[in-house]
Design a binder for this molecule. Structure first.
Ligand SMILES: [Mg+2]
Ligand SMILES: [Zn+2]
Length: 220
């Protein structure tokens, strides 16, 4: 029996051209956020720990301003809407798996991807500063303290039934890429896949991915 294709697509730097968390910090965080960012990149703190710290620097009262800022500046990569339509036409399940936060991921993807198809982190504005919530944290097989655990999400879909396609751009997609049947990579994820001998297709726009899936539809 052939396995059904399923797609897991990263958000920041993949669907959007830039990383929204970094963009938000640049514009809204007080001084002191950059050392935290560096610690995340150097893996001195976990993604979950670091991202939680970053948002705790920003007052909850700035919620609407941040959403307006993100909506006016975030650019969606070319071909994404057509790609979503393609997956619908082909009945390929598509999930967005994001280390981003609901309060900016949902508005950017509004009218493009349903919220039920999005795995991301949550948020609370009840306190003085923004609190990040983690509805999709690591399972017992992951000890990375990911925040939104992409490997755990992939594991929740049975590999006997699904051929898993992962689309991403950075280090946070690497563990998911290792588990995938097919990887589409750009930017830093390409380098990491090369280093780790993971086969991948490079992409620049989502039109590249549509073309590939159309041509190689039978074999991947
Ligand atoms: Mg990314
Ligand atoms: Zn994890």
């Amino acid at each position: 029996m052939s396995r059904e294709r399923i797609i897991f697509c990263d958000f920041d730097g993949t669907i959007t051209e830039k990383d929204n968390i970094i963009d938000i910090m640049k514009n809204f965080a007080p001084e002191g956020w950059e050392p935290i960012k560096d610690k995340i990149l150097n893996q001195e703190v976990s993604i979950r720990g670091g991202v939680g710290q970053l948002f705790s620097l920003i007052p909850s009262s700035q919620k609407e301003e941040i959403i307006q800022y993100v909506l006016s500046t975030a650019k969606i990569r070319d071909g994404f809407e057509e790609f979503v339509q393609y997956t619908k036409d082909q009945s390929i399940p598509l999930y967005v798996v994001s280390g981003g936060i609901d309060f900016f991921v949902y508005p950017i993807l509004k009218n493009i991807v349903d919220e039920e198809q999005i795995y991301c982190n949550g948020s609370s504005f009840a306190g003085e500063t923004i609190e990040i919530l983690w509805p999709h944290s690591c399972d017992s097989q992951c000890s990375n303290d990911c925040g939104c655990c992409k490997p755990a999400i992939l594991r929740s879909f049975d590999s006997a039934s699904y051929r898993k396609i992962v689309i991403g751009d950075s280090i946070t997609d690497l563990q998911a890429a290792k588990m995938a049947d097919k990887v589409f990579a750009r930017d830093f994820l390409k380098e990491k896949c090369e280093q780790e001998n993971i086969a991948f297709e490079p992409f620049t726009t989502f039109y590249d991915i549509i073309s590939y899936l159309q041509i190689k539809e039978v074999s991947i």
